[in-house]
Design a protein around this ligand. Sequence first.
Ligand SMILES: Cc1ncc(COP(=O)(O)O)c(C=O)c1O
Length: 412
Amino acid sequence: MGDRLASVEAGSFEALAQRVHGASLAYLDNAATTHMPRSVREAMDAFEVRDRSNIHRGVHALSQRATDAFEAARAVLARFVGAGPAHELVFTSGTTDALNQVAFGLSDAGADTPVLRPGDEIVTTALEHHANLLPWQLAARRSGARLLVLRPDAQGRLHGDGLARLLGPRTRVFAVTACSNATGERPPYEELLALAAEAGAFTVLDAAQAMAHEVPDLSRLDCDFMAFSGHKMYGPMGIGVLAGRRAALERLAPLRVGGGMVEWASEIDAGWSDLPARLEGGTPNVAGAIGLAAAASFIDAAGRDRIAAHVGALRAHAVQRLAALPGVTVLSPQASGSAIASFVADGVHPHDLGTLLDERGIAVRTGHHCAQPLLACLGVGPTTRASFALYNTHDEVERLADGVAHALEVLR
Ligand SMILES: Cc1ncc(COP(=O)(O)O)c(C=O)c1O
């Protein structure tokens, strides 16, 4: 019961070996941020110690080595997400940054030919993290487009027929999550993206909650833009990716203009570089890109299917134990392909519950999880969320359930 995945070498994740409040740490906040294996830290250290230098601008040896390492990281990540010759991959600071780039890039009124125009429609869903909702609210305001929201059923599920009813001749964009960070619901995004693409919309996938255990494959998806963050997939903070079809990325007006992204500049005008540089203005997080590629390699070495099976079993175990506690409701209990167990407990505030769990060394997240419209739609308030990674164990799930049972007794 206590076994981690065999491929997770003991000591690879030093932080997890610590004690918190006198108890061994059970880190169950992986949907917010995972820990990094030693291989990722070593890859970043190697760059910082030996090759640290700015990229793409220097003729000296260190700059060339840094540039090579940065571009090699891009190639590793492109393979990781199934990018083909018609795809491109841009480094960002994270999912939020990537989605803001897409929403801005399609709606910038200053662009020669902005994609979004007055009367157009943007469709997103009520399952989204604020990072895949607020940028679309602004894009709608900026462009005069209408924002439509696909709502889930009472169980928190999205359906293709609901989307089909929202799509129309003015639909220009459809944006959906690969997994809700608040409920763990994994929508049928393959079907939804295909429907939207068929309707002629640009399609956007927020893959932040999928990358660590169920990597979306661009070669099989009708996906123009896909966003993800390094720190949720065993990689560093402050780095992420916007990957997608080159033809679609070419339609984006750059969000950040300045150094590194121009072909030429005069006092009154400038011409943008080709992709990917065009969307990577300023000095990028080179160590982060290298660390993110090392994280992708770590996931592949551990085995995507084995990770998915492991976190899926932990989630199923947690759902079964938590749902059996009095007055506890687990959200989206039916969800598969998910590493998140989110629940509410009658008469108990999640912050109090989370505080009592913390006293036992159990780290969970409590609150609205940056998904207030979803929780409002489901008629629940803030939740307590446990989320699993490949280093978690069934013993930790047992500790979680025992800790929740104890907290409910104390707080009620
Ligand atoms: C589904 C989803 N999308 C987007 C984000 C934003 O990610 P970041 O804060 O790394 O930009 C998160 C973070 O929790 C998330 O869970």
